[in-house]
Design a protein around this ligand. Structure first.
Ligand code: FE2
Length: 313
């Protein structure tokens, strides 16, 4: 059985040097960070910034009990992320390290794909250093420290999900060689950012994009508009996604062990060879092989979505 990695991918201690044939986003590295893009120190947050964290935290906790995966809520508790103010990464890393061997490192906004994969492969989660202001309280384009730490880090306290994230980082090398980063990105999008999981016969959210924003947990779990389809990795990696609105389709896993096995035990070389360079399926599509749990009305998206002020029904 082939796995995500090949012998040439087995050394994750050194930062990979993407060959000239590999496309990487042209990000300009700020002068104060090194090749690893890690900030020399975490930003020191002022009282206003800590209050933004506290208010965002309180708002999410009105919505998430009964909607967030129990794994997420357990992680939130174990890491005590609601003790007040933006968590200090050193303390957070010590607690997380004791649970699953992960740490959290501060980075300036977006970082290049190969650097992101390298950190994940070494069980380091790169988190944005800045926090949104009051003017963009409800919606931000770039992930900030609230999205990254509140949304992602609790799941890293779970041993199986922690292993999945490391395997995902290792898988990045192969995707870059095959020039299929978009396909691997779709898998991240529909699992790590917008995934749903079955729990005792009900659906719960575990994706950071759902859990860190207002409204999407209710929409993803309870609205009639979106499709809810059982996760099929090959299908998901061919599926387009929107980054600036609620999702028309959510993919559901049976368990985190199921997610781990569906991905880590898959022959990705063969999958990449069979994939075209673009996406095959629109993000609204339901196709004949789908195991559909709920066929969405797509009403929200048909009415124009966020841009036209449509109700998320
Ligand atoms: Fe994220």
């Amino acid at each position: 059985m082939e796995t995500l990695t090949t012998p040439t991918d087995s050394v994750f201690s050194r930062l990979p040097d993407p060959s000239s044939g590999v496309f990487t986003a042209p990000l300009q590295r700020p002068g104060h960070v090194g090749e690893d893009w890690v900030e020399p120190r975490q930003h020191v947050y002022g009282a206003d910034e800590n209050a933004v964290w506290d208010d965002l935290f309180a708002r999410q906790m009105e919505v998430l009990p009964g909607r967030a995966a129990s794994t997420f809520l357990a992680g939130l508790g174990k890491l005590d992320l609601g003790r007040g103010g933006v968590p200090e990464f050193a303390r957070l890393s010590a607690d997380l390290g004791a649970l699953t061997g992960w740490s959290v490192v501060p980075v300036p906004m977006l970082i290049p794909d190969h650097v992101f994969f390298w950190h994940l492969a070494n069980r380091r989660f790169p988190a944005g250093n800045f926090i949104r202001g009051r003017a963009s309280f409800d919606y931000i384009e770039e992930p900030d420290v609230f999205h990254d730490v509140f949304g992602h880090v609790p799941m890293l306290a779970d041993p199986i999900f922690a292993d999945y994230m490391q395997a995902y980082g290792r898988a990045g090398w192969k995707a870059m060689r095959h020039n299929r980063l978009k396909a691997l990105g779709a898998l991240y999008w529909y699992t790590v950012e917008f995934g749903l999981v079955e729990e005792g016969g009900a659906l719960r959210a575990y994706g950071a994009g759902i859990l860190s924003g207002p409204g999407e947990a209710v929409f993803a779990l309870e609205a009639a508009s979106p499709n809810r389809i059982r996760l099929n990795v090959d299908r998901v990696m061919r599926t387009d996604y929107v980054i600036d609105d609620l999702q028309p389709t959510y993919f559901v896993i049976e368990s985190f062990a199921d997610l781990y096995h569906q991905t880590v035990e898959r022959d990705f070389d063969r999958l990449y060879r069979g994939l075209g360079p673009g996406f095959t399926y629109a993000n609204t599509a339901v196709i004949d092989i789908d195991d559909v749990l709920h066929r969405g009305t797509l009403e929200y998206h048909l009415r124009g979505g966020r841009r036209s002020g449509a109700k998320p029904v």
